[in-house]
Design a protein around this ligand. Structure first.
Ligand SMILES: [Zn+2]
Length: 508
């Protein structure tokens, strides 16, 4: 069931965007949330990224977004999958196993992008990305070209800008990890010129993404009091906690990946699986800098280990070894171990199996597609842990708890106790640029030109039921919505078509 030992990611560039476009559109149409990560050509003066005054910080990051560019965009689409792996369409709420398994169908993309304007490529970013496998030659020759802000290349052909217009049009909830920098870059590079003031920017984001923006770093620190909150730590730690919940018969998430022959040539796969209590070389020491920050200035030449599994083994077991703990970890490992695998090489040739190498971080880390997947995975485990009931029979994700409500539209701010709140008030109105953009993305011609297609006709392996294909119900809310409501809000019951009694049953 666990497929984290082979996480696929579709590599999109100018040579295959036409072939990938229908899959991107289908993913936008069907997903409950989208996790995004960017790779950038530089960060400028890093001290300015953490300026105390938030308005000043916004301006400084804005300057970076105007002079540096986006090298790749990772998109990880998550759809809560009410169909179970065995193909049964109806969830039996009395069956504990089925109740506990929250399956998400995921599709990952990594889009190579090339800014067609002057842009600074910083040496540090260059060597950092090269050390994590980024191919600058490919970026120059087959990157998807774009012009910053609202300059159009061609509104009628598949492009990164049209993709973001579709995200706005379809009102997909966004999930990011430590997302302020990424949001400012996305805004200025793919949507419109940044407004001069932060309150306008915030009001614009609220208008652009009305279904919410979530920041997994904020959630990790404020709701889960996580020891570490850098993405690599969080992902592997959440993976372990998810396995632990499964061992304890608590609701857990499982992930499945769709496959489609027509684009299999563009897929790479990497192992993202945590290896619990794996063989640790005798006398190996863990790097403290890496443990705390997910980063060490010595890089690959560090003599101590940067392996996140060793770091987590240390926290999970070696600090307080006990027989009970070891039994739980052994059970977790059993679930996590590949069962009668493996038709290796079936999809693409680029399978990379993660190995414990002293000083080396796992493969996939700091690639935008995999970072986006890790972000979405963490968010799915947060929903699972904080939601009081399983999503309704129609497959909607319903955040009907006050805990979930607290997560929405709060962006982590480094060095600050309080997050940046995404909402507009009477003092901050959206800019005219964004109001115009939203009107444009609603235009039926653009929708048609961008190739919105009937999802039912694309991929037989994920055929939509008649219930799901009614994309809008009588309340005008899409079946693919992720709904944030308060506990007392009755909207959940009426949308799910369930009565109160069933809801109570589901909670047990
Ligand atoms: Zn180190």
């Amino acid at each position: 069931m666990e497929q984290l030992d082979r996480v696929p990611c579709i590599q999109v560039n100018s040579t295959n965007i036409i072939a990938c476009w229908p899959h991107l559109m289908k993913a936008i149409e069907q997903s409950h949330f989208l996790a995004i990560d960017l790779e950038l050509s530089g960060l400028g003066d890093k001290k300015k990224l953490i300026l105390k005054d938030i308005e000043e910080r916004y301006k400084a990051i804005g300057e970076v977004a105007k002079t540096r560019s986006i090298l790749s965009v990772g998109l990880s689409f998550f759809r809560y999958n009410r169909k179970l792996i065995n193909g049964s369409d109806q969830t039996d709420w009395r069956n504990k196993d089925e109740f506990c398994d929250w399956n998400f169908k995921v599709i990952n993309f990594e889009l190579l992008t090339l800014c067609n304007e002057e842009s600074v490529l910083e040496d540090e970013s260059r060597s950092f990305l090269v050390s994590h496998g980024f191919d600058f030659d490919a970026q120059t020759s087959i990157g998807l070209q774009y012009l910053r802000a609202d300059q159009e290349l061609n509104p009628d052909v598949p492009s990164i800008r049209n993709l973001f217009h579709q995200l706005v049009n379809k009102k997909v909830p966004l999930v990011l990890h430590n997302g302020l920098l990424d949001l400012i870059f996305i805004y200025h590079n793919f949507l419109a010129n940044l407004p001069p003031k932060l309150p306008t920017f915030v009001a614009d984001l609220d208008k652009l993404f009305p279904k919410g923006i979530f920041d997994t770093k904020y959630v990790a620190e404020h709701n889960f009091k996580s020891k570490g909150s850098y993405l690599e730590y969080l992902f592997y730690q959440r993976q372990r906690r998810n396995l632990e919940r499964r061992v304890a018969n608590k609701p857990f998430i499982s992930i499945s990946f769709g496959s489609d022959d027509s684009i299999r040539d563009f897929v790479v796969e990497r192992s993202m699986k945590s290896i619990i209590l794996g063989d640790k070389p005798e006398g190996l020491k863990i790097c403290d800098d890496y443990r705390q920050h997910g980063w060490c200035k010595k890089g690959a030449s560090c003599q101590k280990s940067h392996d996140i599994d060793f770091i987590l083994d240390d926290e999970d077991f070696y600090k307080e070894p006990s027989k009970t703990r070891k039994r739980i970890l052994a059970k977790m490992n059993l679930i996590n171990s590949p069962k009668n695998d493996v038709e290796m090489g079936e999809v693409g040739d680029s399978i990379e199996i993660k190995e414990h190498i002293n000083g080396q971080v796992k493969s996939g880390i700091h690639r935008s597609g995999y970072d986006a997947f890790m972000t979405g995975y963490c968010f799915a485990t947060f929903i699972n842990e904080l939601s009081k009931q399983k999503p309704g029979k129609s497959g909607k994700l319903n955040f009907s708890t006050s805990e979930m409500l607290k997560l929405n539209n709060k962006i982590f701010l480094t060095g600050k106790k309080d997050p940046l709140q995404i909402r507009y008030s009477q003092y901050s109105k959206p800019s005219s640029n964004i109001s115009k953009l939203i009107t444009e993305t609603m235009s039926p011609e653009i929708t048609k030109e961008c190739g919105i297609i009937d999802p039912e006709k694309v991929d037989g392996s994920n055929s939509v039921t008649s219930e799901e294909s009614k994309s809008l119900n009588s309340s005008g809310i899409s079946d693919c919505d992720l709904i944030v409501t308060s506990e007392t809000d009755e909207i959940s019951d009426s949308l799910d078509g369930t009565n109160g009694t069933e809801s109570i049953d589901e909670e047990q």
